[in-house]
Design a protein around this ligand. Structure first.
Ligand code: K7E
Ligand code: CUA
Length: 671
């Protein structure tokens, strides 16, 4: 189909295809008829009970990660990553601002696409979750004992970090491939010199040590658009597969100009060989400019490091490091089955699903079954590497996951359905409609060596009539399917935060008992920590005023501050001195120009505040922490510039009474 037509007919076709199974437009909005009777009980998690899986969904253009319980679809947490988050002050408070520092300046937003769990021996291990920043290419690490972003690495020589952050089976590397080719290094050239000057890069990022992420090496590629990637596993471990489109190297009207060729390519990268070439000094060290930001464990503050070079490997200097696998047509997803033998591509405009064989790929390389080369990269013969083609799967195949029982499930964007097919025979076994325009799908562990199976989550782009309408902007949504039987069954729809491109999930049992309950106050090495109310106070350094303050049920100490003048910059360093699970406090002051602070127990966070006019400014706790939460407040007196009001910080008698109460032991039940 002509690509312009594809876009126009997405919804129309979706409805036609969907109509075969179920009605597409439902004037009443009642979907009960498509559900089997027991669907409700399959997703019902009784009050007080836990979900079976944690599911980590990309927040898409929210720049965050959202954590849902499955099968209930309940939203458990939003983990801020690449975007400021007013809900808890991430990216607003002084301790975390550094996480969002880039060579383009402080960036308060990005677009996340792929969540990826760390793995050991090809199986998710529950240590970390990685996620990519798509707009300003970055990768992030989230610690799964705290559900917090701990590390962000910027990717140089890249624009659009889309094929990212897929991991190797041992998490030695995560990758990031450039979606948009650009001059490398980036420089001012006419856009029409695309073919001469624009290049793609594939980055291999060392990822197995927290706080030490770094670009191990980059591979310089022809100027295509690199789209998605997956690591080999088992026999294919040591190889990485990246899809590319725009092998036409068009720089305008890509919609048609990048859809001319019948086949584009999967780049098969022998990263074990690349490592060797780099170790043998075959990569060139080139200047590069990028940031590495990470949370210091003891201060729980961002540390920021600007890096200046990268090792760039030209495939011409390392023969055998990259081969091109011809793949129809404008491929998007590339997925490797649990055995590591089959490499499945989702060609957005392809009428079949091609599956490459790793065994055949190795044989074809040995037999030099080449169909020419591109910029020194051999192109393997399609027929020589093909394991099979899934015929008539539907329209617009994008992504494939596996159930570990020999079946594959492919999302069909245009025909809005999930298609189940058999590895080896390539026959279509089942299909089920999604509402509407499915992008990724996810089976817990479904891209690993050992899928958990049981459920499949479809992540859909368009919601339309599935929910109560909320104006022109509808949220995206997910759908949960039961895949334990021969036929897929729809169980549940639930709305999502942002666009949940991709998700991964883990059994709850792997994480729930590892969760940190509070930070140790004794180990809090923030330079502005206040461990006891008697250590609080106010000091002046020129025009900067520092306030050290504790927060505890149900007061701040100190809570009356004087001597601040217009023209000062005030830093409120607030420490939550509670040592008890889930006892949070907040801090907000009248006229603050950033967000509140939310303080975990044992943690120090800092708000920067610049008062503009003399007067009295109340501050208060934003988290309803106790019966006397409304009493948890204080005042700052701001005087005119040059006034002679002395610096003063006091503690109210009421606060003193509270201290003795807390010392006497206030239990969580008195919140
Ligand atoms: Cu298919 Cu960005 Cu993985 Cu969305 S991408 S769907
Ligand atoms: Cu502390 Cu409310």
């Amino acid at each position: 189909m002509h690509p312009a037509l594809v876009r126009r007919t997405i919804i129309g076709t979706a409805c036609i295809a969907a109509a075969a199974a179920f009605a597409c437009s439902r004037p009443t909005g009642n979907s009960g008829s498509v559900l089997t009777g027991d669907a409700a009980s399959r997703v019902y998690v009784a009050p007080g009970e836990y979900d079976e899986f944690y599911s980590f969904m990309s927040g898409g253009f929210s720049g965050q990660v959202a954590v849902y319980g499955l099968p209930s679809g309940r939203l458990l947490k939003v983990v801020p990553v690449f975007s400021q988050n007013p809900e808890n002050g991430y990216g607003y408070n002084e301790e975390t601002k550094g996480m969002l520092q880039t060579t383009y300046g402080f960036i308060p937003w990005d677009d996340t696409h792929h969540t990826e769990l760390s793995m050991t021996d090809g199986v998710p291990d529950g240590r970390w979750l990685f996620i990519n920043g798509n707009n300003t290419p970055r990768v992030a690490r989230i610690d799964l004992t705290r559900f917090e972003t701990d590390e962000i690495l910027q990717i140089p020589n890249a624009a659009g970090g889309h094929a990212s952050p897929f991991t190797t089976p041992d998490t030695k590397y995560i990758v990031s491939a450039t979606r948009f080719s650009v001059p490398v290094p980036n420089t001012d050239v006419p856009i029409e010199t695309y073919k001469q000057n624009f290049r793609g890069t594939l980055s291999f990022i060392k990822a197995d040590e927290p706080g030490k992420m770094d670009i191990a090496f980059q591979i310089l590629m022809p100027g295509f658009n690199y789209d998605l990637g997956h690591s080999g596993k088992g026999p294919s471990e040591g190889w990485f597969f990246f899809t590319s489109y725009n092998s036409e190297q068009a720089n305008t009207k890509l919609e048609t100009n990048a859809s001319q060729n019948d086949k584009d390519y999967i780049a098969a990268v022998n990263y074990a060989l690349a490592e060797k070439c780099v170790a043998d000094g075959k990569a060139k060290t080139m200047p590069a400019d990028y940031y590495h930001n990470w949370m210091d464990e003891s201060t729980r503050s961002a540390r920021v490091e600007r890096k200046t070079s990268v090792r760039m490997l030209d495939p011409g200097d390392c023969p055998g490091v990259v081969y091109y696998l011809p793949t129809p047509k404008s491929p998007h997803g590339v997925d490797v089955d649990p055995s590591g033998e089959y490499i499945v591509a989702g060609g957005k405009l392809a009428s079949i699903i091609p599956v490459h064989s790793f065994t055949k790929l190795i044989k074809a390389i040995a037999a030099r079954a080449f169909d020419g080369e591109l910029s020194g990269i051999p192109i393997l013969k399609y027929e020589a590497i093909l394991a099979g083609e899934v015929q008539k799967p539907g329209l617009g195949p994008l992504h494939t996951e596996f159930d570990g029982k020999g079946n594959a499930y492919t999302s069909m964007f245009i025909s809005s359905e999930v298609v189940k097919w058999k590895l080896g025979t390539w026959e279509v076994l089942d299909r089920i409609a999604t509402y509407y325009s499915i992008g990724h799908l996810m089976i817990p562990g479904g891209d690993s060596k050992k899928p958990y199976g049981k459920y499949l989550v479809a992540m859909n782009k368009i919601t339309k009539d599935r929910y109560l309408p909320t104006g022109p902007e509808m949220f995206q949504s997910a759908q949960l399917f039961d895949i334990s039987g021969e036929k897929m069954k729809l169980l549940l729809d639930f709305p999502t935060i942002g666009e949940p491109h991709y998700a991964q999930a883990l059994p709850a049992s792997m994480l729930k008992d590892k969760q940190l309950k509070f930070f140790s106050l004794a180990k809090n090495m923030n330079p502005h920590v206040t461990r006891a109310e008697s250590d609080g106070g106010i000091t002046r350094q020129g025009r900067n005023v520092h306030v050290k303050m504790i927060a505890v049920r149900s007061h701040f100490g100190p809570d009356n501050l004087e001597g601040v003048m217009v023209g000062d910059t005030v830093y409120f360093h607030v420490t939550n001195i509670e040592q008890d699970w889930d006892i949070l406090h907040g801090f907000a002051i009248l006229g603050a120009e950033n967000s509140e602070l939310i303080l975990n127990p044992g943690e120090t966070r800092t708000m920067k505040w610049v008062p503009r006019t003399p007067g009295i400014y109340p501050f208060y706790c934003t988290d309803f922490c106790s019966a006397l939460h409304q009493e948890m407040s204080g005042y700052v007196r701001v005087s005119a510039a040059g006034s002679n009001v002395q610096l003063k910080a006091n503690t109210s008698p009421k606060a003193q009474r509270q201290i003795s109460k807390v010392k006497g032991g206030v239990s969580a039940s008195q919140r």
